[in-house]
Design a protein around this ligand. Structure first.
Ligand SMILES: Cc1ncc(COP(=O)(O)O)c(C=O)c1O
Length: 458
């Protein structure tokens, strides 16, 4: 119970405490507390939006915080939040400089991607702008390309090689695309959704050299950067690799990197906040970007507060560090354990197979249905992946995504499991036994549906 002096009671429903940087709170000056507003906004901020988590602020700052969430922001984001983002990036990249002027706070990564796509002119026929997009990848981006007037140019990730990006395939995709459009943008997701793979430095260097040779604009979607848990693997940003490659690349390759509060250990996707960093971008394009941002709407203050929390988490020695670290470690360990369990369970079933997962929260699974079930799919005019998901939903209440939602139309069938406890299915799985229960139900269902088949081959 906090704030007795102000007659405001806040009852946390979980133990987590987050520390809000005081700079944000001092950014605006307000007076005259209004208790009704305080109550309403505390409820709004603490009870609903922070998803059971609690901001640890002292009473002095609570009043500022409350009023702060209801005001306008600077167009490119609150300047101290942009500065904290820049510091986070510098620390992440081992000291490579980051200027806050190159940081733009966005309404989530989706909005950042839309802004970048809108910097290009699209045209028609052979001059129509093409965007190289990984397959599998999540649907929304491909829709954004269409909405912008561009052409999606798929490059297929290599399932047989743990979903690695394959430069031979990338070159093939570009060559084919040049027969009907003009590819200018290369979109990369690292760590991957839905594949959960983490790119190696060697792969990233290959991509950067390719972009330099082919004059492609790189868009690095790095929203899962804080969600890496695979053995012996860690996240490297495209910026870091680029800056360690020599000046012909470091000073020339155009790169935009995106991050978001929607993922990582926070997972606060409802706040709609993220940022983009521009590197080597043409000054005219920057002017255009600034016009686009200024003419649209800035992210909410509460979203920017959450972003600030992600960028500047409690440090050792600070009051909330211990409890914050405990919760973060718990979340990361849970993800790692759930993904191992899911991979193990799935790979023991006939007709299903998935690669080990290094990051993010999905388990992208290859599906081969037995002939009887395939006949049913045909009769119902359903893709096998969709058929499997619908049957599973009806029989167990578990929701999975069919692979068709990830751009696959080459005859392979997949389904996507989610490993994050609360996302695994419709139910809220906060605790380990629940995910075990869900996997057991999925296992039982899969066994009965897939029993008569032989193991999947590549
Ligand atoms: C790779 C990737 N990028 C971006 C997004 C969207 O992020 P945001 O919620 O910040 O718009 C998602 C959401 O699933 C994603 O998987």
């Amino acid at each position: 119970l906090w704030g007795a002096e102000h007659s405001v009671a806040v009852l946390p429903r979980s133990e987590t405490h987050y520390h809000v940087s005081l700079e944000i709170l001092n950014h605006f000056h307000f007076s005259n507390l209004n208790l009704k507003l305080i109550c309403l906004r505390l409820l709004f901020l603490f009870d609903y939006n922070l998803n059971d988590r609690l901001l640890l602020v002292n009473l002095e700052t609570v009043s500022h915080l409350i009023f702060l969430t209801g005001c306008y922001s600077e167009d490119f984001g609150i300047s101290c939040v942009r500065r904290n983002v820049a510091r986070f990036i510098e620390e992440r990249d081992g000291g490579i400089a980051c200027d806050r002027e190159n940081i733009y706070i966005t309404n989530g990564a989706t909005n950042g991607l839309q802004l970048i796509l809108r910097l290009f002119e699209y045209g028609k026929g052979p001059s129509q702008t093409g965007v190289l997009v990984p397959v599998p990848s999540y649907t929304r981006f491909r829709l954004m390309v269409l909405e912008a007037g561009g052409v999606n140019v798929p490059y297929y990730l290599n399932e047989g090689h743990s979903w690695a990006l394959d430069m031979t395939e990338m070159k093939r995709a570009l060559k084919c695309a040049r027969e009907h459009c003009s590819p200018k943008i290369l979109y990369l997701i690292n760590p991957g959704n839905p594949t959960g793979q983490v790119m190696s430095r060697k792969t990233m260097e290959g991509v950067i050299k390719f972009a330099a040779e082919e004059k492609l604009f790189l868009v690095a979607d790095e929203v899962y950067q804080d969600q890496v848990f695979g053995d012996n693997c860690s996240f490297l940003s495209f910026k870091k690799v680029l800056f360690e490659m020599g000046s012909e690349y470091r000073d020339n390759v155009e790169l935009v990197s995106l991050n978001s509060v929607s993922k990582a250990y926070l997972g606060e996707c409802g706040f709609r906040c993220g940022y983009l960093e521009t590197i080597n971008i043409d000054p005219e394009a920057i002017t255009q970007l600034r016009i686009l941002i200024t003419s649209s709407s800035f992210p909410s203050i509460s979203g920017q507060i959450v972003l600030d929390i992600l960028m500047k988490p409690p440090q050792p020695g600070e009051p909330s560090y211990e409890i914050f670290n405990k919760e973060k470690t718990f979340i990361m360990n849970t993800l790692a354990r759930n993904s191992k369990l899911a991979v193990q369970t799935i790979n023991a079933l006939p007709g299903l197979r998935c690669n080990p997962i290094q990051a993010s929260m999905f388990c992208y699974t290859r599906l081969e249905l037995p002939s009887k079930a395939l006949e049913q799919c045909k009769a119902l005019d359903l893709y096998p992946g969709l058929f499997y998901c619908m049957q599973l939903l009806e029989e167990t209440g578990i929701v999975l995504d069919p692979g068709t939602g990830f751009g696959e139309n080459d005859g392979r069938d997949h389904i996507r499991y989610m490993n994050r406890p609360e996302c695994f299915c419709c139910l809220e799985f906060q605790i380990y036994p629940k995910i075990v229960e869900a996997l057991e139900a999925a296992e039982k269902f899969s066994k009965s549906l897939l029993a008569q088949r032989t193991p999947v081959t590549n």
